[in-house]
Design a protein. Structure first.
Length: 287
């Protein structure tokens, strides 16, 4: 009869209490490890993003070297068909760095990641990169959000600022500082070429990134994806992260609101425009 209460191997089985203790220990270990794993995941995404922007700006410089020092136009093309990847600002066709999302027949289509990738492939920088993953930061979760029933909300994370495109910019003050050649940069190690943007209104970071140089006001929101920091690529070919100091700057990025005032004195008493002026100094290429 004694053998009835033993396992086939002759070893005593775990009691219910012992199993509960083991489960509790595992749960405690997971609770300790999960925050650490989350931090590691974010650090890995930040490292990939830094590498992406480094590759982008090196491709940008190689293009300029191949074209006598004139860099690629930083606007995005709205053209389809045979003109896909190009724009016309009144002085002939300009090959933009990327195009709009395109269908297999090069018509306007933004229904899949493949459409977005075709828009990258018609851009002038594709021959220097040839990998769509370089255009996407792992911390940019827009492609995992749902739009019209499918997960294709956004994919390309990086944009170029208006001063590096011949496209007119209306009344932001950016036309006055627009350049077209690498030699026109002053102190290129501190001048931004690529930045992170996660625009939601167009679904694909439409046009250049813009800021207001005449008032303390942002025009387009940028992305802050790496622990209160953003990644930038600079005109000398290096990439780096910048940590933002103002709560209001982080609010702007989180909410994705256009034409955001740098300071709101009613809710941010004693605030400064430190973030805005750091960025402005790094944004104007020829000063």
């Amino acid at each position: 009869m004694k053998g009835i209460y033993m396992s086939c191997s002759g070893k005593k089985a775990f009691t219910l209490i012992e199993l509960l203790v083991v489960i509790s220990i595992i749960a405690m270990l997971l609770a300790i490890l999960m925050p650490a794993l989350s931090r590691v995941k974010k650090m890995a995404a930040a490292a990939v993003c830094l590498s992406n922007e480094k590759q982008l700006v090196l491709g940008w410089l190689l293009y300029a070297e191949d074209f006598g020092g004139k860099f690629v136009d930083g606007d995005t093309s709205d053209a389809t068909g045979a003109s896909a990847g190009y724009s016309n600002y009144g002085k002939g066709a300009v090959h933009n760095w990327v195009g709009m999302p395109l269908s297999e027949t090069f018509g306007a289509s933004n229904k899949s990641i493949e459409d977005k990738v075709r828009g990258l492939e018609v851009g002038a920088l594709w021959d220097y990169l040839e990998n769509h993953k370089v255009y996407h930061c792992p911390g940019d979760g827009r492609s995992r959000e749902r739009a019209n029933g499918i997960n294709v909300y956004g994919y390309r994370t990086y944009s170029i600022g208006k001063p590096l495109s011949a496209r007119p910019a209306n009344s932001s003050g950016e036309d006055a500082v627009t350049i077209s050649r690498v030699s026109q940069f002053q102190n290129g190690s501190n001048k931004i070429v690529f930045l992170e943007e996660t625009e939601k209104s167009s679904l694909w970071n439409h046009k250049t990134w813009n800021m207001n140089l005449l008032q303390e006001k942002w025009i387009d929101p940028f992305a802050i994806l790496h622990n209160d920091s953003s990644t930038f690529a600079f005109a000398d070919g290096h990439a780096d992260r910048h940590k933002w100091t103002q709560e209001r700057t982080r609010d702007m990025a989180e909410k994705g609101v256009k034409n955001w005032d740098v300071i709101n004195t009613s809710t941010h008493l004693g605030s400064t425009a430190e973030d805005y002026y750091w960025f402005k100094k790094s944004y104007i290429p020829g000063r």
